[in-house]
Each structure stands twice: as structure tokens, then as C-alpha cells.
Design a protein. Structure first.
Lengths: 915, 214
């Protein structure tokens, strides 16, 4: 930040411009923000004009001062009050104030011609351009002949920064009667439809393309950006934007994409959750990452309490024996009944049955990672991955290794049937001898006569991975599966570009489509109307539960009779959901809300940079705290920890302006709780070694000996080890630390440009089991903190289409909950108290922040049910009612919360807005 | 059949209503400054005659004189002191007049709810005032301790033999009878006693509250 800008900020903050209203129409803006944006735009335009030598140094300074001070009259209380009360405000030209501010600014900028500045400020409003005023200014002495031009420029730029959309700004820039510098500048813009996380990348791709064509950005809006240039330049082509978008998407999804192919645990129904992400060349990496189910419980239970009367295990073992012995594929139904009973009877005669069963259970537990590898292999040779049936090509290669008929067995392997999985996939592998496969693997020093079953697990897994990869490489098909999702997504998302538009909308055609779409809503073919984004498309795929919630539910977009089915959405919406899933690593369960951060009105290039820099700083901090490599595992930046965040906020109520976002949202875990969790996790980790660090048998020296041996460390002192463990300094202990501190990603910051930043929540702010109204207050609390600390508008919603971004009316969007909106009084909260169009007083974001913070802290003292506690507190009839509740609970719990003045102050904060 | 009676409640100026309630609450609370409270533990003891005044105001048949007479009698029956000064009577009359004036603005459906709001608001304001006074005493006690220990907190900590306090803000209300006092060592007890000896004027402000602050 330049020294001058710093001085300006200091001066205007002292005059509280950051708390005063600057604009209410078409959108809200503080006086400081509006003045700074006008200043930044003038500065940028002057910078571009430098080589044209249009203005002298002194004139440039006059322009800068006039731009920042042009609305000084708005700081008057009468003006502010009238705007807040929804009355017509008085004129905001005040000679006294203008002279005062110009005097102060002239010192900062070092200019002498204050009269020109005063006139520029005076005449930026049309209403003050009276004949008398103009004659009086003509008589006044000016150092520059351009004093009239300067006042016109200020008025023009004021109009420019007050345009509601990039399109209107573009029209103004090209109109010489409304923009006095129009003869020097060419302008262009882009505008997009905001869809979701993809919009951040689309913004970036557009900006990269425009900047490559040497356009200079001057204003950022949530839906687009406006550019200027001194020379005529082309707009980027659609292909150029798509190309950039593709690269951006690829770069951003690459680190996470593997989780879409290989989930944490291979699932039964969908071993490869997102086949679209599959890439032939990455097969080896996939195999490395695959893990199977942990601890099949019925087998573990049996091992704990071995019992020959356990019919389930006995049956399981019998099935396994039959499936293993039979060369041909045999179904369960054929075995059930007589054959099964016969085999069981035979088995029961065996003297060694208990040991056989125990051994079988051990094997089942042991082989789960191998089962997962086979399941993944089976899925990866499927039609979904290759687009064609390749089984006949794979069969001979597979059978060469695992024996004749084994591929058929693998293909008929049923899911979640332990004996079947074991017999049809793992057993043919375990029966192999090293000699049979030595030419296909790197066998090291393994004896050729050894059979796979006798190897330790790690070695077995390595061999299996090598074998499966060998088969994979041998599949002789030309068109290998490739990940083309970035290219596809880029194509789909480019539909969201409104200007420079690539597709023209034919409304009469759309009307015709609309008539046809209803009967096709749950069919894949025919014309469709996307239930998410309202676009038309020809053919689509049915959705599943992991893409939209309850795809079979009733919707009046479809006909209410006929066959049931799943809704079909457009490929762009599907890509948006996929992209969000890939970026958040959450492929199952419904997606939670997303926090949208965008300019309340618009951002200048400088303000946009400051905003995005702040976001990047927070992103970096967040990612470091949520990573298992963190140096401060005790710190959290989890937005659902609202009680701890509320305590931070209440601590800084009086100097909240001076605090960073991190000061408010970073919370610390309790020391005692952590010690206990770490102890438990260590014991769990060293379960077999029985680490003696708890109870009467505690022996830290012995424990340290085990730890040093297992982790290759050399700790002599338990306290030193403990300190290093707590600070996450031991590499091999990171898994333990991660579990004990519950380190995990709770949200993802997706930031590319200042136009719009998105934060998809992995961990919702609303608590589980909580009423919607309670959750909505909690969400509002977080939204207000973000808005106040990042100086931007904030909306938390599950679908951005619910918000009319083009008619945004405030700083913080109130969640779509009827009760909360009724209590607040409006859909948006602003940074000041105001009377809305219905005559209702809407309290400022800061007052609501104090009220909700106090309510959150009072939840423990009032002991209302968790489901509705915030709602109960914020709708209590009077402060006395709340106090009586606390006193009653004090009696029950033998506490004395009503005896402390802090309790009363908290109630007073709530009283301010609700009681 | 009788025709349906249509009622249009009209718009209520909530801001003005809030101001009126606050005004009445302030006056009733001011009157209670003249009413000695024997025990702060129950709502009725804190509210004195005000609870009865509000209860009576819910019924429009009760005239101003009737309410004032009943309230005065209640005040006279106060166990601590039945003396009612002319200022107290004036204050009480002002508050009742304001309350009844406000009552006239209320519709029958609002009356009971609004009176309840006034009742609880008075209670909150009295309790807060009480706690503020106790906070003030605590502050004075800390100042007193700072003076006698020459601002040396560690000196106090060792003489009081308290390990759980880390700075002056951890010093609690100087209770004379509660657990905090009983658990203290001789020096602590002596300091508390000498504080109260020097601040006898403050003693009237604490009654049972010191026990509550344990």
C-alpha cells in the first residue's frame, strides 16, 4: 500500500467513514469504500493516460483529492440519519466540510490550488450546477484552465463506480456525454451467470484471457469485470477462455482427483465412485492407495468368544470350502439347504473344528485389503471405465496368472459376502507359488517354492499390486480410458458466460421446449428443463443419491403420474456438483451449504487485490491448521465451533475493528482434554505392544522404550517426548496426533478472483439435531463475522440461485428460514440500522453479532434444549424472563450465573435488538 | 345469525411502544429505590409493591387511587422499615400514573402481555442495579487490598495462601459469612473484616447477596 493511501485511510477512519453510509442505491457501500473506489479508478485512469500527457502533475493531484473527497458532505449526521430512516436525504455538498477536508488533503498531496478541488467537489452533483455557482467559480482564481474538465471527470467517475452492472458501466464508458474521458478510452467487459464453485474458475479464465489481450481491469462486480484500454483491442474468443478454464480446472482438481477414483474404503456398490475421473496412466497410483474394510465385526467377535455353536461362522466357513473346492462358479442358492447341511454335518465331526474356524476368521480379517484390490480391478475393467466390453480381452491374461476359470469367478464375485469374496478373488492368489509368477514381479530374494499365503501381508499386497498392474498393462486395446473431465467441464461451464456470449437464446424455441420437458423429467431421452438451473438440454443422465438429495422425490417439474424414476439434470449442473465434490473430497452424502463472499457493490482493482490477498492469507492459514503437518495441532479454524468463536468475539467486543478474522475464528482446544485423547490414541496405536501409560501399571520408561523402538526415535525423557508429540514434531506419530486433535478439513476456500470467493462447508455450521431456526442463527453469526472482517457481502446458502445477486441489498444474507427472517425483519442485514420499505427497523450487522454472540454464550447458563436454545434466548419476551430462567437453572445446578454482572451485560446485548 | 365482527388491529408503533415500556419501567424502578429489600433471593422481595401494582393494573376496574392505596399499605408493611417518605409517595404516584396512562393505549389483547413485560423488565433492572452495586464493592475491596499490600499481588497471594488466583481480577467479593470467607486463612479473614470496618456505609447494600456471590 502506498504511503499516500495509508495516510488517506488513517484520516478517513478517524472521521469514521468506514462506519458511515456512502451509497444505498443501487447497492450499499460505506462512505470509505465508495470514496476509495472512486479514487482508485481515477488513479488507474490517470496511470493509463500518463503517456498521453493529458494532465500535469498538479492536475493529477487535484483529480485524486477531488475523487476521494467528492462525497465529504455525506458524513454529516443529517444526511446519514435521513438515509437510515428511508427519507429523502439533504444535499451532500457542504462548503464548510469541503474546505476542511480539502485543507487536510492538500497537505498530504502537497498542492496549492484548493479552489479547483472545491469546485470539482461542488459540481460533481448536477443539482449544484446553478448559474450563480458557475459564475462564482468562473470569477474564482484557479491555477489550471481545466478546472471545469476536472469537475466533469469526478462526476463521470462517480457515475461509473455507481453503475450496478458491468454492462451499464460499459455503456457509460462509451457515452461521451456521460463520461468525459470517453474519447481516450475503449472499454469492454465480461459477465457470467453465477452457478457455484465453477464460477470462481470461470471468472479467473475470463480475466486471464482479457488481461492477455492487454485490457486493464478497473471494477470487479460479483458477476463480471469491466476493462479499459487506450487502444482498440479484441475480446478473447470462446476457445481461448475454454482453454484457460480447462487448465485451471485440471490444476485445481489434480491433487484431489484420486479420491474420486479410489475412496477411503472401497465401497460395495460403487468401487469407483467417479469413473469420469479415471485415468489409464494412473493405475499404479490407484493400486497403491486402495484399502479394504477394517475389522469385519462378526469374525472379530468370534475370535474374542470362540464358540462351536456359532452357526453363522460355521455356515460361512462351509460356503467358503465349497466355493474354494469347486472349479466352476456355483451360486449360493444351489448350496443352500441340503448340500449345506450335509457339509456342516461332515465338518462337525472334525476334532479340530474350533481351530479351523479360528484360522478362517483370521484369514478373513487379514485379506480385506486384497479383496479391495480385486474389487477395484473388477470395476476398472468394466464398461463404465472403458466404454466397451473388454472382458474377453482381459480373461486370458488374468487366467494365465490366477488359473483357468478364475476370471469368471472374479466377475461373479458378489459384494459384501465375505466367504464368496475370499474364495473367488483372494484364494486363487494365495495358492500361487513364487515360481509361477516370478517373471511378472520383482521377487527380491523370495524363495521360488514359497506360496503366497505364507508371505507376510505387506509383501503379499506388493506382489498383488504388481500382478494386477501387469495384467492392466497387457490389455491390448487402443483407446485407453482417459480423464477428459476438465475439458468437458470447461465446455459446459462456458455456457454460463453471458458476455462475450457464445450462444444466443431463442425464447420462442425455449417455450416450445418447456411444453415438452415435463413428461421427460425422469427419462434420459427427450428435451429437458434442468430442475437446478432452469436451462434446456436434449439428453441427460439420471441422477443418483450421491449427486442430488432424494432424486426420486416428487417434483412438479415432472408429471405426477406414470412410472417412478430419478430426475435428470443438465451436464453443467452435474459438472458443478462433481467439481464441488472433487474439491471438497466429499463424494457421499448430501453437500452442505456454501459461503459466498463477494463485493457489497463493486471493488476497484486495488480494493479487489487487498480483498483477495486477505483471502489467500486466511486460506493458507486454514489449510496449514487443517493439515496433519500443522505445527499447532491445538488450534482450530472450524466454523462450527460457534461457542468458542463467540467467546473470542465477546472478548474483543470493544476493539473488534482492530482484530483480524483469525483472532476471532481460531479457537484452542482444552489442554486436559487433549492429554487424555493423546494418551488414548497412543494406547490404541500400540495396542499389540500394550503401552503402559495409563492406570496403575504406568511405566513411562518402558513406554518410551517401545516408542523409540517402533518409531526409530531416541527419547530419554517422557516430558520431552510428550512435548514433541503435542507439537506434532514426530513424523511417524502424525496419525496419532491427527486422531487425538481431530484434525480434518471442515471447509474449503475456493478463491481465484475478487469477484466471488466460495467456501463450501464440509462440516456444517448448523449443529446435528438442531432446529433449522437455531442453525440459521448460527450461520448468521458466522456470516456477520466474515462480512465485518473481510469487508464484503456474505451469503450462506445451499444454492446460489436462491439469492438474487443482481438485487443484493446489504452486507449479510439472512438464511432462508421463515422464523429468522421474521425476527430479523428482512432478507439482508446492512452495516447500519435502517428502516426498510415496510417501515420496520432493521438492526445493523454489528448489533446482531453482539446479540447472537451473547445468546450463544448464554446457552450454557440458560440450559434450554440444544435443539432450540438460541431461538428461545433470542425470542425471550423480556430481559427479566431470561434472568429468571438463569436463576431457576442456578438453583437446579447450584451455580451462580445470575450473580455476575457479565450475565446482565450479555442479556443487555440481546435486549438491544430483540427484547 | 349475528354478523361476524371484523377487527382490524391497525399498526402498532413498536418503537414508541418500547419507549413507553422503558419509561414506565424506569419510573417503577426509581420508586423501588425507596423500598428497603430484606432478601434479594426471590422475585417478590425484589419487586416489593411493584408486583402488586402491575397485577392490579391488569384490571381496568382498579382505579388509580385504589392501586396507590394498596401499594402504600404494602410499603408500610415492610418488615425492615415501614417508613414511607413523601418523596417515596411522590415517586410511587408518578410511576402508577404513568403506568395507567400507558394502560389506556393498550388493547385488551395486549394488556396482560405488556404488563408481564413491564413486570419482568422492572425485575431485571432492579437485579442489575443490585449486582452493579456489589461489583462496585468488589472493586473497592480490590483497591483497598492494593493499598494495604502496596500493589504487590504476590505478597497478598502468599499471605492469603491462595494458589488458584493469578491477578487482582481473581479476587472475589468480600463475603463475611459465605464459603469463600470460611475457607480463607486468618489473614484473608482479617483483611475482609478490616475492609468492612472501614466501609460501614457499604454494608447496607449487601444483605444476602454476598452469599450468592460465593
Amino acid at each position: 500500500m502506498s504511503k499516500q493511501r495509508e495516510q488517506l485511510l488513517k484520516l478517513f477512519k478517524k472521521r469514521e467513514w468506514h462506519k458511515k453510509i456512502g451509497k444505498t442505491s443501487p447497492f450499499n457501500q460505506t462512505l470509505l469504500e465508495h470514496s476509495l473506489i472512486t479514487y482508485d479508478v481515477v488513479e488507474k485512469l490517470l496511470d493509463l493516460l500518463k503517456r498521453e500527457r493529458v494532465f500535469s502533475n498538479e492536475e493529477e493531484k487535484i483529480l485524486l483529492i477531488s475523487s476521494i473527497a467528492h462525497d465529504v458532505g455525506k458524513e454529516k449526521d443529517e444526511w446519514q440519519k435521513a438515509v437510515k430512516e428511508n427519507r429523502k436525504p439533504p444535499r451532500h455538498i457542504d462548503d464548510g466540510l469541503t474546505q476542511e477536508i480539502v485543507g487536510q488533503l492538500s497537505e498530504i498531496f502537497g498542492i496549492e490550488d484548493a479552489n479547483t478541488v472545491i469546485d470539482a467537489i461542488k459540481f460533481h452533483m448536477a443539482a449544484t450546477k446553478t448559474n450563480g455557482n458557475i459564475i462564482s467559480s468562473i470569477i474564482t482564481e484557479h491555477n489550471t484552465k481545466k478546472w471545469k474538465d476536472i469537475s466533469n471527470i469526478i462526476a463521470s467517475v462517480d457515475n461509473l463506480v455507481s453503475c450496478p452492472t458491468p454492462l451499464e458501466a460499459h455503456i457509460l464508458l462509451n457515452n461521451p456525454s456521460r463520461f468525459s474521458l470517453a474519447k481516450y478510452f475503449y472499454s469492454t467487459y465480461y459477465q457470467i451467470n453465477i452457478r457455484g464453485v465453477s464460477s470462481t474458475f470461470l471468472h479467473k479464465a475470463c480475466q486471464q484471457s482479457y488481461e492477455e489481450k492487454e485490457w486493464t481491469p478497473i471494477l470487479y462486480f460479483p458477476e463480471g469485470t469491466i476493462y479499459v484500454s487506450l487502444t482498440q483491442k479484441d475480446n478473447p474468443t470462446s476457445n481461448e477462455i475454454i482453454d484457460k478454464l480447462k487448465n485451471l480446472i485440471e490444476d485445481n482438481i489434480k491433487p484431489n482427483v484420486i479420491n474420486g477414483v479410489v475412496p477411503q474404503v472401497i465401497m460395495d456398490n460403487k468401487p469407483i465412485p467417479r469413473p469420469e475421473l479415471f485415468e489409464y496412466m494412473e493405475y499404479k497410483t490407484y493400486l497403491e492407495k486402495i484399502r479394504g474394510r477394517k475389522n469385519p465385526s462378526e469374525f472379530q467377535k468370534f475370535l474374542k468368544n470362540p464358540d462351536l455353536n456359532n452357526r453363522k461362522i460355521l455356515e460361512s466357513y462351509t460356503y467358503f470350502l465349497i466355493w474354494d473346492e469347486e472349479n466352476d462358479v456355483i451360486t449360493k442358492n444351489k448350496i443352500k439347504g441340503e448340500k449345506l447341511n450335509e457339509e456342516i454335518e461332515k465338518l462337525e465331526k472334525s476334532n479340530n473344528l474350533l481351530n479351523l474356524l479360528k484360522n478362517y476368521c483370521h484369514k478373513i480379517i487379514e485379506c480385506q485389503d486384497e479383496v479391495a484390490l480385486f474389487k477395484f480391478f473388477k470395476a476398472s475393467v468394466g464398461k463404465e471405465i472403458w466404454g466397451i466390453d473388454i472382458k474377453e480381452k482381459v480373461k486370458p491374461i488374468y487366467d494365465v496368472i490366477f488359473g483357468e476359470g478364475s476370471f469368471k469367478k472374479l466377475m461373479s464375485m458378489s459384494n459384501n459376502d465375505y466367504p464368496h469374496e475370499f474364495a473367488y478373488s483372494v484364494m486363487p492368489f494365495w495358492k500361487l507359488k513364487i515360481a509361477e509368477i516370478s517373471d511378472k514381479i520383482n521377487n527380491g530374494n523370495l524363495s521360488r517354492n514359497l506360496s503366497i499365503e505364507n508371505l507376510e501381508k505387506r509383501k503379499r499386497l506388493n506382489i498383488l499390486r504388481e500382478l494386477l498392474n501387469w495384467i492392466w498393462q497387457g490389455i491390448g486395446i487402443k483407446n485407453k480410458p482417459e480423464r477428459k473431465i476438465s475439458q468437458k467441464m470447461a465446455m459446459y461451464f462456458s455456457d454460463d458466460i453471458v458476455y462475450p456470449s457464445m450462444k444466443k437464446v431463442d425464447f420462442s424455441e425455449e417455450l416450445k421446449y418447456y411444453k415438452e420437458s415435463k413428461s421427460n423429467m425422469k427419462k434420459e431421452s427427450g428435451i429437458h428443463f434442468c430442475p437446478i438451473c432452469n436451462r434446456f438440454f436434449d439428453r441427460g443422465k439420471r441422477t443418483t443419491g450421491d449427486i442430488v438429495d432424494n432424486p426420486e422425490a416428487f417434483t412438479n417439474r415432472a408429471i405426477s403420474h406414470g412410472k417412478p424414476g430419478k430426475i435428470v439434470i443438465c451436464e453443467t449442473c452435474r459438472s458443478e456438483i462433481y467439481l464441488k465434490q472433487i474439491l471438497t473430497n466429499k463424494y457421499n452424502g448430501s453437500l452442505d451449504k456454501t459461503i459466498y463472499l463477494f463485493p457489497q457493490f463493486n471493488f476497484s482493482q486495488q480494493l479487489g487485490k487487498e480483498f483477495i490477498d486477505k483471502i489467500f492469507r486466511i486460506k493458507q492459514r486454514t489449510e496449514s491448521l487443517m493439515s496433519e503437518l500443522t505445527d499447532n495441532p491445538e488450534l482450530r479454524m472450524d466454523l462450527s465451533k460457534t461457542y468458542n468463536i463467540a467467546q473470542n468475539v465477546s472478548q474483543y467486543f470493544n476493539d473488534i475493528d482492530t482484530k483480524n478474522l483469525e483472532d476471532l475464528v481460531i479457537t484452542r482446544q482444552k489442554e486436559g482434554k487433549i492429554d487424555k485423547a493423546l494418551t488414548d490414541e497412543l494406547i490404541k496405536y500400540f495396542k499389540e505392544e500394550e503401552l503402559p501409560i495409563k492406570g496403575k501399571q504406568r511405566d513411562y520408561n518402558k513406554a518410551l522404550e517401545i516408542i523409540n523402538r517402533e518409531w526409530g526415535e531416541d527419547y530419554k525423557n517422557w516430558a520431552v517426548f510428550w512435548n514433541d508429540l503435542k507439537n506434532n514434531r514426530i513424523e511417524l506419530a502424525r496419525e496419532v496426533v491427527k486422531s487425538a486433535y481431530k484434525i480434518r478439513e471442515t471447509y474449503k476456500i475456493i478463491a481465484q478472483t475478487p469477484n466471488m470467493v466460495m467456501v463450501p462447508l464440509i462440516n456444517p455450521v448448523k449443529w446435528e439435531g438442531e432446529a433449522d431456526v437455531n442453525g440459521a442463527f448460527r450461520e448468521l453469526f458466522i456470516s456477520i463475522i466474515l462480512a465485518l472482517k473481510l469487508n464484503c457481502a456474505v451469503a450462506m446458502t445451499d444454492n446460489i440461485n436462491k439469492i438474487d445477486i443482481e438485487h443484493r441489498q446489504g452486507l449479510v444474507y439472512v438464511s432462508e428460514n421463515h422464523l429468522v427472517r421474521q425476527i430479523i425483519g428482512d432478507e439482508w442485514i446492512r452495516d447500519y440500522d435502517y428502516i426498510n420499505s415496510k417501515g420496520k427497523l432493521i438492526y445493523s450487522a454489528e448489533k446482531w453479532l453482539m446479540a447472537i454472540t451473547s445468546a450463544i454464550i448464554l446457552t450454557l447458563k440458560t440450559s434450554y434444549p440444544d435443539r432450540t436454545n438460541l431461538f428461545e434466548i433470542l425470542t425471550a419476551r423480556t430481559a427479566g424472563h431470561l434472568l429468571r430462567r438463569i436463576e431457576t437453572k442456578d438453583k437446579d445446578k447450584k451455580t451462580n450465573n445470575a450473580g455476575y454482572i457479565e450475565t446482565y451485560n450479555l442479556i443487555e446485548n440481546i435486549k438491544e435488538v430483540t427484547l | 345469525m349475528r354478523q361476524i365482527i371484523m377487527v382490524n388491529p391497525g399498526d402498532i408503533d413498536l418503537k414508541k411502544r418500547k419507549e413507553n415500556i422503558n419509561n414506565v419501567v424506569e419510573k417503577l424502578s426509581k420508586y423501588l429505590d425507596f423500598y428497603p429489600v430484606s432478601s434479594a433471593s426471590s422475585k417478590y422481595s425484589v419487586m416489593g409493591p411493584v408486583s402488586k401494582i402491575i397485577e392490579m393494573a391488569k384490571h381496568r376496574k382498579h382505579t388509580s387511587e385504589f392501586i396507590k392505596a394498596r401499594a402504600l399499605r404494602m410499603h408500610e408493611m415492610n418488615k425492615i422499615s415501614g417508613y414511607v417518605s413523601s418523596e417515596a409517595i411522590q415517586s410511587m404516584e408518578d410511576a402508577i400514573d404513568e403506568l395507567l396512562k400507558f394502560r389506556q393505549e393498550l388493547s385488551p389483547t395486549e394488556l396482560s402481555k405488556t404488563m408481564e413485560m413491564i413486570d419482568y423488565s422492572v425485575y431485571f433492572s432492579r437485579r442489575k442495579k443490585n449486582i452493579e452495586e456489589l461489583e462496585q464493592i468488589k472493586k473497592e475491596f480490590i483497591e483497598y487490598l492494593k493499598e494495604i499490600y502496596n500493589n504487590n499481588f504476590n505478597d497478598l497471594k502468599s499471605k492469603w495462601e491462595k494458589q488458584d488466583i493469578t491477578d487482582w481480577n481473581d479476587i472475589r467479593f468480600p463475603t463475611k459469612t459465605g464459603k469463600y470467607f470460611q475457607e480463607g486463612n486468618d489473614t484473608q479473614k482479617e483483611d475482609i473484616k478490616s475492609f468492612w470496618q472501614q466501609h460501614k456505609d457499604l454494608e447496607s447494600k449487601i444483605i444476602d447477596e454476598e452469599v450468592n456471590n460465593d
